[in-house]
Design a protein around this ligand. Structure first.
Ligand code: NAP
Ligand code: ZN
Length: 359
C-alpha cells in the first residue's frame, strides 16, 4: 500500500484513495493532524458518494492531485473536542460536508457564506498547510468546529449523510432564488443524488414538481416513491413541446454537458433556471430565449454552515432523507461505474465504519 508523499502528521488514518485518472480506489494509509483547541474529531460512520467525487477521481475538472481520498457527505460520531469547543460533545452525531476551512474574516465568511470564501479549503483534494485534505472514504476526520454541524436525532444516519452535500446544494439555491412559492411549478433536471432530494424539498415547499430526465425507467418511482407530480423524458420531442412554457423554476443537476435551450423552453415568462451541476465542458446557450422571455439563469455552490444546519433541521422536521443504496467500502469501484451510467437509486452511501475496519 502506497504512502502519502506529503508531510507526515501525528495521527495515522486509513481510507481508500485513487492514485491516477483511472479513478480506481484502493486502500491507502495517510496521516491527519492532532485535534487542536478548536477542533472536533469525528469517527466516520457513513459517507455518501457524490458525483463530484467521481469528477475528481477522473480529474474531469483538471485540478485533482493524486492520491486523493474523496468523500464530503460525512456523518459520524464525535470522539474528541478541543478546549474551545462548546457546541459539540463526545458522543454527538455530527455531519461534515464540502468544506473544512475558510478564512473566517472575508465579507463572505462574515455573512455565513463560507462556500464563496476565496480561501476555502475543500474536505478533500485541497492544499492545507503543507499537506492535502482527504475526505470521508476513511476512518476519521479532524475538523475545525465551524465546519461541523449537529445531525438531527430523528433522522437515520446513513440516509441522512447525502444531505451534507446533495441536500444543501439544492436547498440553498431554492431559498436564495425564491424557488419556494407554494403552488409554483418546479422542474428538476437530472434524477440522481441532487435531483431526487430537490423533489423532496420542492414538495415540502408546496410546489408542483416535474422531473426532466433522460431515463424513462425512473418514471414510476419518481412519482410513486419520491413524490414527483409528473415526469418528462427529455429525449421525447413531442412531450417536451407540449410542456413548453409551463414551469416557473428549473433546478439543473445534470452532471454531463448538455444544451440549456430545451430547458429554457420549458420556462414561463420570468422563469428561473438555476444550474448546480458541474459538467466539465461548457453548456450550449443562446441568449434569445432569455431576452424574449425575461428569463434568468443562475448558479449556486453548495451552502454555508449556518444554512447547512438550517437545512438539516428542516429535514428533521419534514422527515426528509435520501433514498440510498448502502454499500461496503470494497464495492466502491463498482458503484462508481454505475454512477457514471446514471444507474443509482438515488445515492450510494458507504457503510464506512462497518466495512473499512474489517479490511
Ligand atoms: P448523479 O447522481 O450522477 O445525477 C446526475 C444525473 O444527471 C443523472 O442521474 C442523470 O439523470 C443526469 N445525466 C447524467 N448524464 C447526463 C447526460 N449526458 N445528459 C442528460 N442528463 C444526464 O450526480 P449528483 O451527485 O446528483 O451531481 C450532479 C452534478 O452536480 C455533478 O456534476 C456534481 O459534480 C454537481 N454538484 C455540484 C455541487 C455544487 O455545489 N454546485 C454540489 C454537488 C454536486 P437522469 O437519469 O434523470 O437523466
Ligand atoms: Zn457533493
Amino acid at each position: 500500500m502506497a504512502k502519502s508523499p506529503e508531510t507526515e502528521l501525528p495521527l495515522k488514518a486509513f481510507g481508500w484513495a485513487a492514485r491516477d485518472t483511472s479513478g480506481t480506489l484502493s486502500p491507502f494509509h495517510f496521516s491527519r493532524r492532532e485535534n487542536g483547541d478548536d477542533d472536533v474529531s469525528v469517527k466516520i460512520l457513513y459517507c455518501g458518494v457524490c458525483h463530484s467525487d467521481l469528477h475528481t477521481l477522473k480529474n474531469d475538472w483538471g485540478f485533482t492531485t493524486y492520491p486523493v481520498v474523496p468523500g464530503h457527505e460525512i456523518v459520524g460520531v464525535v470522539t474528541k473536542v478541543g478546549i474551545n469547543v462548546k457546541k459539540f460533545r463526545v458522543g454527538d452525531n455530527v455531519g461534515v460536508g464540502v468544506i473544512v476551512e475558510s478564512c473566517q474574516t472575508c465579507e463572505n465568511c462574515n455573512q455565513d457564506l463560507e462556500q464563496y470564501c476565496p480561501k476555502l479549503v475543500f474536505t478533500y483534494n485541497s492544499p492545507y498547510k503543507g499537506t492535502r485534505t482527504h475526505g470521508g472514504y476513511s476512518d476519521f476526520v479532524v475538523v475545525h468546529q465551524r465546519y461541523v454541524v449537529q445531525f438531527p436525532d430523528n433522522l437515520p444516519l446513513d440516509a441522512g449523510a447525502p444531505l451534507l452535500c446533495a441536500g444543501i446544494t439544492v436547498y440553498s439555491p431554492m431559498k436564495y432564488y425564491g424557488m419556494t412559492e407554494p403552488g409554483k411549478h418546479l422542474g428538476v433536471a437530472g434524477l440522481g443524488g441532487l435531483g431526487h432530494v430537490a423533489i423532496k424539498f420542492g414538495k415540502a415547499f408546496g410546489l408542483k414538481v416535474t422531473v426532466i430526465s433522460t431515463s424513462p425507467n425512473k418514471e414510476t418511482e419518481a412519482i410513486d416513491k419520491l413524490g414527483a407530480d409528473s415526469f418528462l423524458v427529455s429525449k421525447d420531442p413531442e412531450k417536451m413541446k407540449a410542456a413548453m412554457g409551463t414551469m416557473d423554476y428549473i433546478i439543473d443537476t445534470i452532471s454531463a454537458a448538455h444544451s440549456l435551450m430545451p430547458l429554457l423552453g420549458l420556462l414561463k415568462l420570468n422563469g428561473k433556471l438555476v444550474t448546480v451541476g458541474l459538467p466539465s465542458k461548457p453548456l450550449e446557450l443562446s441568449v434569445f430565449p432569455l431576452v424574449a422571455g425575461r428569463k434568468l439563469i443562475g448558479g449556486s455552490n453548495f451552502g454555508g454552515l449556518k444554512e447547512t444546519q438550517e437545512m438539516l433541521d428542516f429535514c428533521g422536521k419534514h422527515n426528509i432523507t435520501a433514498d440510498i443504496e448502502l454499500i461496503r467500502m470494497d464495492e466502491i469501484n463498482t458503484a462508481m461505474e454505475r454512477l457514471h451510467k446514471a444507474d443509482v437509486k438515488y445515492r450510494f452511501v458507504i457503510d464506512v465504519a462497518n466495512s473499512l475496519s474489517s479490511l
